[in-house]
Design a protein around this ligand. Structure first.
Ligand SMILES: Nc1ncnc2c1ncn2[C@@H]1O[C@H](COP(=O)(O)OP(=O)(O)OP(=O)(O)O)[C@@H](O)[C@H]1O
Ligand SMILES: [Mg+2]
Length: 247
């Protein structure tokens, strides 16, 4: 698949796969196209050539109505796709159900509570986003991303700005969602330690291409791009992951 913005080539012959019911972390330096890759999976950005398959179907030729059907199967947690400030947590998380289903208030409330419990939140219905901490905001946004029971959840930089306990909490949530609900998670992150720790697969974007591997494999592969990207600390971490001693 190929994509350029003007004379700037973002993806040149990019080819990668994301395993079903697994966590894949998309890594790469700033501007390598991580957010763009997520936008392509959501059908918000078309490639200049090539295919983008979501759950087996090529979405590149789809019209808006077809894309909307695909998007129903996706949950999205975009960095700036924040919650609506004037709506309570209950209203924010329930919004997709209100817009896309005919469920009544009581059913919506039950569904919202179930998703909030899944992200470890209780008794927050009437709070406004401004009354929540950064970690709670991220978890509420995650609850909203899974409210429609998506098969795939796209998360752009879900760890940015969070302190280590909150990073670990979100990591654990991702693993629960993946293992308990069978969700396919595609996450972009700059956070090397957590990416290596929580993912089943890393896709590293560099110079318009992708290199993939299990986190524990990355340290042992000879690719100079991977070595470059991991650096000495990352390589040490990857070796720890490989030996099962990463904390
Ligand atoms: N709609 C657009 N029009 C023109 N250029 C764009 C557009 N969207 C992204 N780009 C460019 O594509 C490149 C990749 O952007 P993208 O946001 O995907 O990078 P990223 O890997 O997510 O970076 P970061 O780590 O900083 O979030 C950048 O050079 C960006 O300026
Ligand atoms: Mg980005």
């Amino acid at each position: 698949m190929r994509l350029a913005f003007g004379d700037r080539t973002i993806f040149e012959n990019l080819s990668c796969r994301f395993a079903r019911a697994r966590i894949t972390v998309l890594m790469g330096g700033s501007g390598t196209g991580k957010s763009t890759a997520l936008r392509m999976i959501a059908g918000l950005q078309r490639p200049d050539s090539g295919k983008v398959r979501v759950a087996g179907d090529d979405i590149v030729g789809l019209r808006e109505s077809g894309l909307q059907r695909v998007r129903r199967r996706l949950g999205m947690l975009f960095q700036d796709g924040a919650l609506l400030d004037s709506m309570t947590v209950l209203e924010n998380v329930g919004l997709p159900l209100r817009e896309h289903t005919r469920l009544g208030d009581a059913e919506i409330r039950d569904a919202v509570h179930e998703r909030l419990a899944a992200v470890g939140l209780h008794d927050v219905d009437s709070l406004l986003p401004g009354e929540l901490s950064g970690g709670m905001l991220r978890r509420v946004a995650l609850a909203r991303a899974i409210i429609m029971d998506p098969e795939i959840v796209l998360c752009d930089e879900p760890f940015s700005g969070l302190d280590p306990p909150n990073v670990e909490r979100i990591e654990a949530l991702f693993q629960e969602l993946c293992h308990d609900r069978g969700l396919t998670l595609i996450v972009t992150s700059h956070h090397m330690a957590s990416s290596l720790r929580m993912s089943d697969q890393i896709v590293l974007l560099q110079h318009g291409r992708a290199v993939s591997g299990a986190p524990g494999q990355l340290a042992t592969r000879g690719d100079p791009e991977i070595k470059d990207f991991l650096g000495a600390d990352g390589a040490a971490l990857a070796r720890q992951v490989a030996s099962g001693s990463a904390s």
